[in-house]
Design a protein around this ligand. Structure first.
Ligand SMILES: [Zn+2]
Ligand SMILES: [Zn+2]
Ligand SMILES: [Zn+2]
Length: 346
């Protein structure tokens, strides 16, 4: 059995699920969809962008002439704080619960043309400080138990607007992915007496086969159980539970690693790296959660070029996720990439 050649499955201990790895398939020809590579260089200010400073959003609200980060309640929020109580349970088959929440948008910068990879370290550190404040503020709401900060980048991931921004969805209960990680991490702590991600990162720092880059506080790697071709996990080396626990220096280190990882992504296929990125961290339910280790997942859809993406269809929708290129081969590619931006900015 050669792991780099033969089909096998790998265990994801964070969500307790398997992924199928088929490294022998990377040589198959591709005749499927080619995505358009977006080569248009965006402008610094777009009069039609609802996120640019001074512009009017849906429902007639005008954005202030903000100079740094800008946070506002989502005009089309999926969740609302005032949702009335209610529940349904018909024999365990028709089950529903009311769900309260808050949805916000965070603009990273007034500059419409930027991406994380192109922002200055100090501006990106301000974004991270804003995330920490938002996590703190939303966690303090009595009806919130999960604060999810995430960014959809690029048309390929369904991002409707290139203006650098992210969303925050704070929910009354833990959403599925967070709940899976909650259960897995707490079970691991009970069984082993140590933190799952602390133990996992120790293995990765020793073997370095899936390592991409690091700094004093954070490491970036392709996880052993990655599903997306160039999936990346960013986590603090020490046991830190949430964004609120990062001091000024750690916030700057997080900005540094995010900037470097996304620059490598840009250089990989010489395009603005599309991805969904988001933070998993200690739930906001005021309970002590020693099992939680802060981390960010990057799920980039690109497979072989700026125009060839991975689809989650067929076997993956009906059975389990599957990947062709191994996590080790993907990490080696990302490790080789330059950290200077390919458009010469940042
Ligand atoms: Zn804009
Ligand atoms: Zn830990
Ligand atoms: Zn996670």
């Amino acid at each position: 059995m050669t792991w780099s050649e033969h089909p096998h499955r790998r265990w994801n201990p964070l969500i307790k699920e398997w992924v199928l790895v088929s490294p022998q398939r990377t040589r198959r020809p591709w005749q499927g969809q080619m995505e358009r590579s977006s080569s248009v260089v965006p402008k610094v200010y777009d009069p039609d962008c609802y996120l640019c400073p001074g512009n009017t959003r849906a429902r007639g609200v005008r954005n202030p002439n903000y100079a740094s980060t800008f946070v506002f309640e989502n005009d089309f929020a999926a969740l609302q704080p005032g949702t009335p109580e209610g529940s349904l349970d018909e024999g365990g088959l028709l089950v529903a619960q009311n769900e309260k929440g808050v949805c916000r948008v965070v603009c990273f910068s007034p500059d419409h043309s930027l991406t994380i990879s192109q922002m200055t370290l100090s501006d990106l550190t301000t974004v991270i400080a804003t995330w920490a404040t938002q996590y703190q503020e939303l966690s303090a709401l009595p009806f919130i138990s999960s604060v999810l900060i995430f960014e959809n980048r690029g048309e390929m991931m369904g991002a409707s607007n290139p203006h650098p921004h992210c969303q925050i969805w704070a929910t009354e209960r833990l959403p599925n992915e967070v709940l899976k990680e909650q259960l897995a991490q707490s079970e691991y702590l009970n069984t082993h007496g140590s933190c799952l991600l602390c133990d996992y990162l120790k293995i990765e720092m020793d073997c370095r086969e899936r390592f991409i880059c690091d700094n004093r506080t954070f490491v970036a790697l392709v996880p052993f159980w990655a599903v997306w071709p160039f999936e990346i996990l960013v986590a603090p080396k020490a046991h830190i539970a949430d964004l609120d626990q990062l001091g000024e220096r750690e916030q700057r280190d997080l900005a540094d690693i995010l900037k470097r990882v996304t620059a490598r992504g840009d250089n990989l296929f010489e395009t603005l790296f599309p991805y969904t990125m988001g933070f998993h961290q200690r739930p906001a339910d005021q309970v002590s959660r020693p099992e939680w280790h802060l981390h960010a997942h990057f799920y980039p859809p690109l497979l072989r070029s700026a125009t060839i993406r991975k689809f989650m269809v067929g076997f993956e929708l009906l059975a389990m996720p599957q990947r062709d290129i191994t996590a080790e081969a993907a990490a080696a590619r990302l490790r080789d990439m330059s950290e200077s931006h390919y458009l010469g900015r940042g």
